[in-house]
Design a binder for this molecule. Structure first.
Ligand code: ADP
Ligand code: MG
Length: 229
């Protein structure tokens, strides 16, 4: 398994109240799979994605990434998992406004201490893979929403991660740009990258091979038919 969640609970404390957000989530994904997580707003999708993405930790339960139990990892160790195994794409792109597309894509390589010339070469390669060879030196505000998201995808794949995680990646895009992003995910998946994507859009979820549903913090592994009610 590339991802395995075992009995994951997440509570948020707000003042005196302990609010349960994830309730005994069990989920696994095989290497090479393309899975969509669907659920209404507030159901815990981003909370779960942030835990799988090693950006947040569960209150209890176990998380295995690529067979490694990362549940007890320190924040530095989690940062390494993020850097070498995971790529993360957000709804609102999260690009650095003062940096070119190329510089944005080079950023993870800087953290990984890749030498400058190699960084450049890998970032150019990633931007070419997402169809932006002619936009490398553009600033984010000179790019369309769809192009920004493709820069963010290039940044997510520049380190050749095992898993691409995407939280509502088309949520801020028009339908044509959204379609391009979906085609890109399918291409990356066909090249061997495991993809886990959150969406609340059925048409977007249909691009995945498998769908799971989360409602009020409870995850059910469902197929597409079972979700049509
Ligand atoms: P989704 O992505 O499905 O819309 P989230 O995972 O963002 O849902 O949120 C699930 C629930 O957890 C919501 O009720 C939200 O208010 C709560 N929540 C999320 N993050 C925090 C936080 N940092 N502190 C307190 N409550 C939070
Ligand atoms: Mg969310």
């Amino acid at each position: 398994m590339i991802v395995e969640c075992r009995n994951i609970f997440k509570n948020y404390s707000t003042g005196k109240l302990d609010v349960p957000v994830l309730k005994d989530v069990n989920f696994s994904m095989e290497e090479g799979e393309y899975v969509a997580i669907m659920g209404p707003s507030g159901s815990g999708k981003s909370t779960l994605m942030n835990i799988i993405g090693c950006l947040d930790t569960p209150t209890s339960g176990q998380l295995l990434i690529d067979g490694q139990d990362v549940s007890k990892y320190t924040s530095n160790e989690l940062a390494d998992v993020r850097l070498y195994k995971l790529g993360f794409v957000f709804q609102t792109f999260q690009l650095l406004a003062g940096q070119t597309a190329l510089q944005n894509v080079e950023l993870p390589l800087t953290y990984a201490h890749v030498p400058r010339a190699k960084r450049r070469e890998l970032a150019e390669e990633a931007l070419t893979r997402v169809g932006l060879a002619d936009r490398m030196n553009f600033m984010p505000n000179q790019l369309s929403g769809g192009q920004k998201q493709r820069v963010a995808i290039a940044r997510a794949i520049v380190n050749h991660p095992k898993i691409l995680l995407a939280d509502e990646p088309t949520g801020a895009l028009d339908s044509a740009s959204g379609r391009q992003v979906m085609e890109l995910f399918e291409k990356l998946n066909s090249e061997g990258v495991s993809v886990l994507m959150i969406t609340h859009d059925r048409g977007i979820a249909d691009h995945a091979q498998r769908m799971v549903e989360i409602r009020d913090g409870v995850l059910t592994q469902g197929d597409k038919e079972a979700m049509n009610e």
